[in-house]
Design a protein around this ligand. Sequence first.
Ligand SMILES: [Zn+2]
Length: 68
Amino acid sequence: MSNNILAALVIMGLVYLTARWLSNRVKPDYCESCDGKGYWESTRGERNDCDLCQGTGVMPKEMRRKRK
Ligand SMILES: [Zn+2]
């Protein structure tokens, strides 16, 4: 009985990881640094343009190749 629960947990974990992996592949152009928002908020609540994507929220393709 406990083996079945363990197997179910392992399968759920694999499904979760696969879904995460797929969603990362579907949205490859979002900037990793600012999550596609184009800015990041400082501790004082100010909005600063993201340096990596220069405020666009989209990761330049040449930048992605360099990072990999
Ligand atoms: Zn960014």
